[in-house]
Design a protein around this ligand. Structure first.
Ligand code: BDR
Ligand code: CA
Length: 305
């Protein structure tokens, strides 16, 4: 089993990624760390605890960054994408469980030091927690086995702007810190995630299981698919951005990668852009091709559990 720290900004596709990971025997979930992003960090923490409760799993949750690395305010929350509550307006009550008292980046530092060369970090929100951990304890950089990161758009246009993917745009300085740090990074960006379309018809198959958690996941995903269908007419589903990062952590043969030095544009009109250079160090692995059908089948075989 691969020991995993899972960094989330729990909106809808984060919740799907959580359920997929929690039902995957290859992964040992050590803890979730939360970040602002789709929603403010307090809500991301609440949503993470709520998803755990709904899918019936107990894993510790550590609240992390509530603002960008530079203290800059973020550009507002993605309520049109993920709903008022971040979970497609499905949340009826607050979860009973509470987050742990330790700060998310400190949990990352502690665990990586405790288990050197073993831990994979899956990060599917803004990269602020990871950047804070690296800045506070740069000695952990070579000790992290791998960071599988959902973010960026290297060869394709952005989704939050013409140039930028949402997680990178939310904290471009943090992304630049992480990509230039020398950390072993696999970048799962829009280059591949926009090819992971989940059609609405699958949601009725989930509901047909009769399980309460299947209804919870299907109802929130319906909100997400409605957003996709109104934003990209004729697309035929929603992109499984964050679940693909989990898929790649389980089985990297779902994707092919190219090696680039990735620089992040940190201000100006193209802020949040991820540019892949063949020259320069350090290099990271950027996913550029995907076997979409094989990944989707794998995801569907595990999402409800
Ligand atoms: C990313 O942005 C967020 O809205 C999603 O949860 C995903 O992590 C996709 O660009
Ligand atoms: Ca996310």
């Amino acid at each position: 089993m691969k020991p995993i720290i899972f960094d989330v900004d729990t909106g809808i596709d984060d919740a799907l990624a959580m359920s997929y990971a929690l039902n995957s025997p290859e992964l040992e979930l050590l803890g979730f760390t939360t970040c602002f992003g789709n929603v403010p960090v307090e809500e991301a923490t609440r949503n993470t605890l709520a998803v755990l409760e709904k899918v019936g799993k107990k894993i510790p949750v550590y609240a992390g960054a509530n603002q960008t690395l530079s203290g800059r305010q973020t550009k507002g929350w993605s309520k049109h994408v993920h709903g008022e509550d971040g979970l497609g307006n499905t949340l009826k009550e607050d979860p009973l469980a509470q987050a742990e008292s330790q700060f998310g980046p400190e949990f990352i530092i502690e665990q990586v030091k405790k288990r050197p060369y073993e831990i994979t970090i899956i990060a599917v929100g803004p990269l602020t927690n990871l950047a804070l951990a690296i800045k506070r304890a740069p000695e952990i950089i070579p000790l992290v086995k791998e960071a599988v990161i959902m973010g960026g758009a290297v060869k394709v246009p952005g989704n939050a702007s013409a140039f930028a993917e949402a997680n990178i745009l939310a904290d471009p300085d943090a992304a630049e810190v992480v990509f230039s740090s020398g950390l072993q990074v696999t970048l799962v960006g829009l280059d591949v995630t926009m090819q992971t379309l989940l059609p609405k018809s699958k949601l009725d198959e989930w509901r047909a299981t009769g399980k309460e958690k299947a209804h919870f996941l299907a109802d929130m995903t319906e909100f997400y698919i409605n957003f996709y269908e109104s934003t990209y007419p004729g697309i035929g589903g929603c992109a499984l951005h964050d679940p693909l990062a989990v898929g790649v952590a389980i089985d990297s043969s779902f994707v092919s990668t190219e090696i680039f030095n990735v620089k992040v544009t940190t201000d100006g009109k193209e802020v949040g852009r991820t540019i892949g250079h063949l020259e320069g160090e350090p290099k990271i692995r950027v996913c550029t091709q995907i076997e979409s059908d094989r990944f989707l089948d794998h995801f569907l075989s595990r999402i409800i559990g």
